[in-house]
Design a binder for this molecule. Structure first.
Ligand code: ZN
Length: 471
């Protein structure tokens, strides 16, 4: 039996997106990568080799430090825990941390979904910070320093808290010439794109650039922030462990397989919504997306609203397809292949990213609950039209979305006022007038096809507000 200690950032996407400026989010991505990358952890553990080692089997996930403990006495274990917590606290002063101890024959067995031996929370130690004016970025903590922010013409001095000061100092730019200044997640994405397409790409620097370059004519103001993760991953681990105890799949690397499937799916989603030849600056293609976090089975990205449905559908399909192949190749074709679920929030590009990403997480949890994580599903909401609090709209499966794709495209061709009328009648459930209106539009059959067995009409009208026809 071995003991495994994970020290991880709690609700990482919420911490990442806490600041309004994309530079602050990029700074946070870079901080989290540097704080938890294997080289950093190996050097942190120098001199502690008798007590703990970095657990390579867990793979690398931004924001998680996975250790295998060698020390057996409680006191030494707590010293190891405090060493790691202290290290993360220094790098990520405003993040809340949690340490979890699990036990098992190996890493997989320890992560098979059984309850942890113990868990301990380490909230951000804000009380130790000097009292002062509130931070201009996160509006949460007292500021204790100043930085010049904003573009050249609009430069202003802002008061920042210790967490945001570090974000500022670590904020590179994805289009930066210096690779080391590009945040880890986006650097990984660009490397992967380069490898697969044999051509360099870049990522838009700011949300306005993203929507201006890729938004639809007439409406290029909205983004979708998409939060995805794998369904029933611990059940998957349990099943793999069972197979391993029967002598099957001993070589199968679960962490790597999930990580690969996640990246492969993300890339497929981007390919599906990136125009093949347009959007290139001096020969370098700009990707229609900003990546906030990709690690393990988690994905948090923002992209222009009209591209989101296609992106999500392709990503969900590919995640499952990619894992299915890896499992089959490893002789584990009989295992239930994990799926990926999505929370998707449409919002104005200038509205707070934190509101969108927190809501996306909430919708993701809600749809997973509704479908009991037994299949892929997607929960969505439009902050501009539905408000920022969950409205309780049910999730949709990729199968339903695919089945209704043609009808949704037809629906999207009706004018804005016709759609608004249909939505109003659907909401009041006035069947007679709805029928008359549909008849007037000459789309009775189309309108009738949207119902509770497919997609309710009111939801469908909301979906096609951000729709794009793909050939
Ligand atoms: Zn702050």
């Amino acid at each position: 039996m071995s003991d495994y200690l994970d020290v991880a950032v709690v609700r990482i996407q919420s911490w990442l997106s806490r600041v309004p400026d994309l530079a602050g989010r990029r700074g946070a991505s870079a901080m989290i990568r540097r704080a938890t990358e294997s080289e950093t952890i190996d050097s942190l553990l120098t001199g502690w080799e008798d007590h703990a080692e970095r657990c390579a089997e867990a793979g690398h996930v931004d924001g998680v430090v996975p250790l295998r403990l060698r020390a057996e006495d409680e006191e030494t274990r707590h010293r190891v825990e405090r060493l790691v917590v202290g290290h993360l606290r220094e790098w990520l002063p405003g993040a809340s941390l949690r340490s979890t101890l699990r036990r098992g024959e190996d890493w997989l067995a320890a992560h098979d979904g059984a309850p942890a031996c113990w868990e301990r929370d380490w909230p951000a130690a804000v009380s130790e910070w000097p009292l002062g004016k509130q931070c201009d970025w996160c509006q949460t903590w007292p500021a204790n320093g100043h930085r010049w922010t904003g573009a050249k013409e609009k430069r202003k001095q802002e008061a920042l808290c210790p967490d945001c000061l570090l974000r500022y100092d670590n904020a590179g730019s994805p289009s930066s010439d210096k690779a080391e200044r590009t945040p880890g997640t986006e650097r990984d994405l660009l490397d992967l794109w380069d490898k697969q397409h044999n051509t360099a790409a870049r990522i838009p620097d700011k949300f306005p650039e993203l929507v201006e370059k890729f938004g639809e004519r007439g409406d290029n103001t909205h983004l979708a922030t998409v939060y995805a993760d794998g369904d029933a991953i611990s059940q998957f681990g349990k099943e793999l462990h069972k197979q391993r105890s029967r002598g099957r799949g001993g070589e199968f690397d679960m962490a790597k397989a999930i990580d690969d499937a996640t990246w492969c799916a993300l890339l497929r989603g981007i390919e599906a919504v990136a125009n093949p030849d347009a959007e290139s600056d001096s020969g370098i293609k700009t990707l229609p997306l900003v990546a906030h976090l990709v690690g393990g089975d988690d994905v948090l990205v923002s992209l222009p609203a009209h591209r989101a449905w296609r992106f999500a559908l392709e990503m969900q399909r590919k995640f499952n397809e990619s894992l299915r192949k890896t499992l089959k190749d490893a002789g584990l074709g009989t295992i239930k292949v994990p799926t990926q679920s999505v929370g998707m929030v449409f919002h104005h590009h200038s509205s707070p990213l934190a509101t969108a990403s927190d809501l996306a997480e909430e919708l993701l949890q809600e749809t997973k609950r509704d479908y009991r994580s037994s299949r892929a599903s997607l929960g969505w909401q439009d902050i501009t039209n539905d408000g920022p609090h969950p409205v309780g709209r049910g999730g949709i499966t990729p199968e339903t979305l695919e089945h209704c794709w043609g009808d949704l495209t037809e629906l999207s061709k009706l004018g804005g006022s016709a759609l608004a009328n249909l939505a109003k009648l659907a909401r009041t459930n006035d069947q007679q007038r709805l029928h008359q209106q549909a008849k007037r539009l000459g789309r009775e059959e189309l309108v009738a096809r949207f119902d509770s067995d497919s997609i309710p009409l009111e939801d469908a009208v909301g979906m096609v507000r951000w729709w794009k026809e793909w050939s």
